[in-house]
Design a protein around this ligand. Structure first.
Ligand SMILES: O=C[C@H](O)[C@H](O)[C@H](O)COP(=O)(O)O
Length: 233
């Protein structure tokens, strides 16, 4: 079984366990969520479910539209029953690194409005400590004019290196769905108190959001190459 199939089994399991008729459903972002939306669309069709989908990114919105699902927004649905989202790394406390695909801000807003945040991932995202397996650092979304002082302040506070994320098919930096830049913080101390770190970084003027999701995740599903799914809650 491939990594893609490992993502798929985790996504299907989560959708089957958490999506119910008439629910308000937060749609995460990234490559694993694609399988969750596919499974949701199958269930909506075969079981005639009524589900309103709240996107966490431009990509998520496109997925909802492509599968003819009902598109909602926080203005009309500020309380979400369950959000299913991917992650770049999940530690033993269910603390997450998110934003590898640049979508952390809307993801965290939607997660904060959700009764439950469920993470779906392949087994390579399952770590004891943040940084064990994901080596690209913690994404931090920042207002463009402030990226240099923010970079210096975080390095002075906690050490490590902060890199302005560069675009691949464009010259210059990645610009998020919200018009901001992303700093990837290559931290060196894996034993930090991530709740405090998250709070302190967010206090720096110009920081919009961090990719640290602390005490937000209700349950994680990790797909394995053998086809089994490991659950953690
Ligand atoms: O910005 C992207 C999101 O936080 C994704 O949920 C995360 O990067 C995981 O994506 P994938 O399922 O593609 O590994």
């Amino acid at each position: 079984m491939s990594l893609e199939q490992a993502k798929q089994v985790a996504a299907s399991r989560a959708v089957d366990e958490f999506v119910t008729n008439n629910c308000i459903f937060g749609v995460g972002s990234g490559s694993t969520v694609v399988y969750a939306v596919q499974r949701l669309a199958e269930r909506v069709e075969t079981e005639n479910l009524k589900v309103t989908c709240i996107p966490t990114s431009f990509q998520a919105k496109q997925l909802i539209v492509k599968h003819n699902l009902v598109l909602g927004e926080l203005d009309t649905n500020p309380e979400i029953d369950v959000t299913i989202d991917g992650a770049d790394e999940v530690d033993s406390n269910l603390t997450l690194i998110k934003g590898g695909g640049g979508c952390l801000l809307q993801e965290k807003i939607v997660a904060s409005c959700s009764k439950k945040l469920i993470v779906i991932a392949d087994y390579t995202k399952d770590s004891a400590k943040l940084g064990d397996r994901y080596k690209k650092g913690i994404p931090i979304e920042v207002v463009p004019m402030a990226y240099v002082p923010i970079r210096n302040k975080i390095a002075a506070l906690y050490g490590g290196e902060l890199k302005l994320r560069s675009a691949v098919a464009k010259a210059g930096p990645v610009v998020t769905d919200n018009g901001n830049f992303i700093l990837d913080w290559l931290f060196t101390n894996q034993d930090l108190d991530w709740e405090t770190v998250d709070r302190n970084i967010k206090m720096i003027p110009g920081v919009v959001e961090t990719g640290l999701f602390v005490k937000m995740c209700h349950k994680a599903y990790f797909g394995h190459p053998e086809g089994n799914v490991v659950e953690r809650s």
